[in-house]
Design a protein around this ligand. Structure first.
Ligand SMILES: *[C@@H]1O[C@H](CO)[C@@H](O)[C@H](O)[C@H]1NC(C)=O
Ligand SMILES: *[C@@H]1O[C@H](CO)[C@@H](O)[C@H](O)[C@H]1NC(C)=O
Ligand SMILES: *[C@@H]1O[C@H](CO)[C@@H](O)[C@H](O)[C@H]1NC(C)=O
Ligand SMILES: [Cu+2]
Length: 143
């Protein structure tokens, strides 16, 4: 019994990276599905555009949320650049999570119009910086 316990402890928890999938433009809408998720360091998030021409680009939680700036906000943020599915190629972009900070992203298409329409996404949002508040900030953003 003691031996079994020791054996179990020795093979104890190895955190396995999870691959998360986010769909951009489902049903030809200005959306990220899901629009928020919790992910751990080492996990990957693959964003796939399934309609039209969009981006996933980090931006500020508040203030001038839209449009997100080229290159994205934050040293550990991301910017897919424009990805067009107008040719049906289902382009995708993969981000590997490197910290536990909240990250807020939006689509930069149409000079921020998609972002302002609510095309937004949050990675590891918090109580203080919630997805719903970010969405409200995006909709209130002055282009
Ligand atoms: C897409 O369409 C399906 C089926 O009608 C619906 O269940 C889903 O909520 C829609 N999603 C979005 C983001 O429009
Ligand atoms: C995607 O959108 C960007 C920005 O509007 C534009 O420059 C680019 O030409 C578009 N791509 C396609 C294939 O239409
Ligand atoms: C984002 O916020 C930072 C810090 O407040 C600011 O310096 C920067 O200009 C903002 N960027 C945009 C695109 O609004
Ligand atoms: Cu868009």
């Amino acid at each position: 019994m003691l031996f079994v316990k020791a054996l179990l402890l020795s093979v104890a928890p190895v955190a396995l990276a999870v691959s998360h999938a986010v769909t951009i433009g489902l049903n030809n809408t200005l959306t990220f599905t899901p629009n928020q998720l919790v992910a751990a360091i080492g996990d990957t998030i693959t964003f796939t555009v399934v309609a039209r021409n969009h981006s996933t680009t980090t931006t500020n939680f508040s203030g001038k949320v839209c449009p997100p700036p080229p290159g994205g906000v934050g040293a550990t943020g991301w910017d897919s650049g424009f990805m067009s599915d107008l040719d049906g190629s289902l382009p995708h972009f993969t981000y590997t999570v490197v910290d536990t900070l909240p990250h807020f992203a939006a689509c930069m298409q149409n000079a921020g119009a998609h972002c302002k329409a609510g095309m937004t996404f949050a990675l590891n949002p918090t109580t203080d910086q919630s997805y719903d508040q970010f969405l409200a900030n995006a909709k209130a953003s002055v282009l």
